[in-house]
Design a protein. Structure first.
Length: 302
């Protein structure tokens, strides 16, 4: 089995080409591949499946713990770069590839290329945010999910809830470096008011057009970047009157640029990087799908 290692703003993935839809991507295999000491190491695994009538390729994404994910913003950028750089698909427009996901088709447009023609940066139409609490899903009697005060083990947390195809909770902090991401993050991820779990964003407002962000990702742990988290955070802060239409979001792994006019789609622009390609050892692969311990990604260096 051949693989590619790639990342988007240091949110890293194992890519598996499967355009003929022959591979069964089990949770155990995902955990083995994502293991940073006994496998390849990654925040998640992406199987590139066959596209449909309205897409050139399908992104079947799993978190490092093997759980299925509806959408991954950094992952969709990496997928678009991969299929364009290696000629795996032939879109009608060579600068745009339509990536199918469980939360709908995401058109990805090339913004910059390297001197040799390889894709460097892309812009993704992430679609409109979901603001209805029940659709996030988030359990509340409030009319929407703009601002909630949650009691978590005696602490009161102010949280805004948004879905970008996957659920997010956003909380403001004074200093993102000192934010309790690794302690409060997992408690909020598994809070019963999020029946499907949630990604939790801790955001510091530097200016109305610049944010600093750290994200605790559902099924992974803290990651160096989260594309859907950056989008959800900008939407939440716009609704609170704290963010402009164009916002630079600085994460531990790099910068993402988010654009949203308050109505339609959220546009995310950022880099995509291929690190390595190779072939899995047959003996390792033969035992990899056996019961493998649940994995949570190592936190990024700070």
């Amino acid at each position: 089995m051949e693989f590619t290692l790639a990342h988007g703003t240091a949110n890293d993935f194992v890519l598996l080409d499967d355009l003929e839809d022959r591979l069964e991507l089990s949770a155990a295999l995902v955990r083995a591949l994502a293991d940073r000491r006994r496998g390849l190491g990654a925040d998640g695994v992406i199987r590139l499946g066959a596209g449909g009538a309205d897409s050139e390729v399908f992104m079947d994404y799993r978190n490092a713990d093997g759980s299925i994910v509806e959408m991954c913003g950094n992952g969709v950028r990496v997928v678009a770069k991969h299929v364009l750089d290696h000629g795996l698909v032939t879109p009608a427009d060579p600068e745009v590839v339509r990536v199918g996901t469980p939360s709908g088709v995401k058109p990805v447009r090339v913004v910059d290329r390297h001197a040799d023609g390889r894709v460097a940066r892309v812009a993704v139409d992430m679609g409109p945010p979901i603001l209805d609490a029940a659709a996030v899903p988030f359990v509340t009697d409030a009319p929407d999910a703009l601002r909630h005060h949650l009691d978590v083990d005696g602490d009161t947390i102010s949280l805004s809830v948004v879905s970008m195809g996957n659920p997010h909770g956003v909380t403001l902090v004074d200093d993102v470096d000192a934010a309790p991401v690794r302690t409060l993050g997992p408690r909020l991820e598994r809070d019963g008011r999020f029946p499907a779990g949630a990604n939790i964003s801790f955001v510091e407002v530097v200016a109305s057009d610049r944010l600093r962000l750290r994200v605790w990702e559902r099924g992974v742990g803290e990651t160096a970047a989260c594309g859907t988290g950056a989008c959800a955070t900008v939407v939440a802060l716009q609704r609170l009157g704290l963010a402009d239409r164009h916002v630079a979001v600085d994460l531990p792994g790099g910068r993402l640029e988010i654009e949203h006019d308050g109505h339609g789609s959220v546009i995310m622009t950022g880099p995509a990087v291929e690190v390595a390609r190779g072939r899995l050892d047959a003996a390792w692969l033969a035992t990899a799908a056996s019961d493998h311990p649940t994995h949570r990604g190592e936190p990024p260096e700070r």
